[in-house]
Write a protein that binds this ligand. Structure first.
Ligand code: 5GP
Ligand code: ZN
Length: 113
């Protein structure tokens, strides 16, 4: 997608500090952190949200999430974290390229919203 900010970040057209990158995804810091540690896991392939992904994209997303098990130390998430993927208006999704928020680095609220 030509005008998608996360396509540009994930594919290096807009430079950013990448905490992790492989052929499927990047992990960057959220520009407006909602927790001490707030990362965005962004698949390199553009699709809007979790409802619109194909079976193949779901497999890739599963691999991306599995990769977190090897990254908790360097991301400072040893004591736990929360993952969230907002979808649509009620979910307050503001960027239409699927991404997974990873929140941690502190004790989070026991309320989800
Ligand atoms: P959403 O609201 O769609 O679930 O999440 C979008 C997230 O992307 C927001 O938390 C917002 O702060 C973050 N964000 C938007 N634009 C940029 C950007 O250019 N760079 C980074 N690092 N984060 C961004
Ligand atoms: Zn995109």
């Amino acid at each position: 997608m030509n005008d998608c900010i996360f396509c540009k970040i994930a594919n290096g057209i807009i430079p950013s500090k990448k905490f992790y990158e492989d052929e499927n995804m990047v992990i960057i810091a959220d520009i407006n952190p909602q927790a001490t540690k707030h990362y965005l896991l962004i698949p390199k392939e553009h699709y809007a949200n979790i409802i619109e992904m194909t079976d193949e994209q779901a497999i890739v997303l599963g691999k991306c999430l599995k990769k977190l098990s090897t990254l908790v130390d360097e991301l400072g998430l040893q004591d736990g974290f929360r993952i969230v993927s907002n979808k649509g208006e009620n979910g307050c999704q503001s960027v239409g390229h699927l991404h997974v928020h990873i929140l941690g680095g502190e004790k989070l609220s026991d309320r989800m919203a």
